[in-house]
Each structure stands twice: as structure tokens, then as C-alpha cells.
Design a protein around this ligand. Sequence first.
Ligand SMILES: N[C@@H](CCC(=O)N[C@@H](CS)C(=O)NCC(=O)O)C(=O)O
Length: 216
Amino acid sequence: MELFYHPLSRYSQKVLIALYEKQANFYPRVIELSDPISRQEFNRFYPPGKVPLLKNKAGMLIPESSIIIEYIDNEFSTGTKLIPQNHQVALNTRLQDRLIDNDFSNVLFELERQKLQEENMNQLLIKQLENDITKFIKYLDTQLEKQHWLCGDSLTLADCALFPCLYYAQEHFKYFEYDNLDRYWQQAKLRGAYQQVEEEVELAKGEVLAGRRPIP
Ligand SMILES: N[C@@H](CCC(=O)N[C@@H](CS)C(=O)NCC(=O)O)C(=O)O
């Protein structure tokens, strides 16, 4: 199995956390999204050109972080069960995963994009995006009131989606104002799979700063 990814891509980090939780072996294939040659080569191999992308042993290409995670959860009986057996809980897990991708990760991406505009920064839009994220953070805090992880007692696909967002948003949003979310975030940072991914992210960020790696 091969995973095509970039260490600074949130959707890639989501899949990496899942792979480590499953204790699944894979060959890492880093795609330098901002290097035209690396991107061209990847586009030839996979025209939509998006990471993460999984290539299974039979050569089948599996895109989309949530689908990759469902695939590996079915494929590997080892490690954490990421899609719960109970149908009701599984449905809620998929729902929370969708909400995190659409209402947190993608909004965060737009916020980061706006903030990079410098002279053309749209302050009104930035405020709106920040308000949307704050609203979502409050929603998460309520969800976590009675739950250890986002969808119950064990870690699921939804937590794999959430950890990378919380890592990026922590600089701008004060989690300590939200008791349940703060407790959850402290707990997430102690999880081995998360720590492994964070280490890779920090290393890649260091290389960007040192000019050794292009910024995605
Ligand atoms: N819905 C997709 C989103 C994947 C995605 O947007 N990947 C970004 C990096 S985080 C990407 O490959 N961007 C390159 C491009 O759009 O050309 C998923 O969940 O995997």
C-alpha cells in the first residue's frame, strides 16, 4: 500500500493519524504540491492531482480522506476501530466527519488564504470566517460535554479529522475558554498517533522555514 500525501496538508494528516491508529504499514510518497515538476508528474499519474491518495496492493487508487479511512478500517482488523460497529454511532461519526471537513477545515483554509493576501486582505470576510469557526468551536464544546472522544468512548474517523484542524486553529482561537474542548485537546496531544503526525508536521514546517522545502 502506498500513500501519496504532503505532511502539511490537513487532509493528509487526517489519513496519517488513521493509518497510525490502525498500525497499518504503508509506503510514504510525499508529493511537493508547490513544485511544478513534482505536481506535473503526480497529475500524470492521478489527473485530479489531489492528496491524500491511497494505492492499494492491487494498484487501485482510492482518493478522499474519509473514503481512504473507511477503506483501511475495513482492510485492517488491527488497532482502533475507526468506524464504529453500531449503525447509529457510525452514522453520527460520518456526520461529524462531514461537518468538520466542511465547516472547520475548509473554512480554516479560506481564512489562511485570505490572511496571505496582505494588501488585498478582505477584513470583513476574515471577521465572518473567524465568527464561523468560533461558532463551530462552541458546537464542538457542547458535543464533548458528555463524550470522551467526539463520538463516544473510543477514537473514530471524526477525531482523525478534528485533530489536524485543532492543531492549526490553536494559534488564533483560545481553547482554554471552552472547558470540554480544552480537556479533549490535552487528551488528543497525548495520543501516540497524533504525536507521530505532529512530529512530521513540525519537521516539514522547519524545512519550509529553512528554505529546504517549498510551501504547499
Ligand atoms: N476532500 C478531499 C480534499 C483533498 C484536498 O483538498 N487536498 C489538497 C491538499 S490539503 C490538495 O491536494 N490540493 C491540491 C490541489 O487542489 O491542486 C479529501 O478529503 O481528501
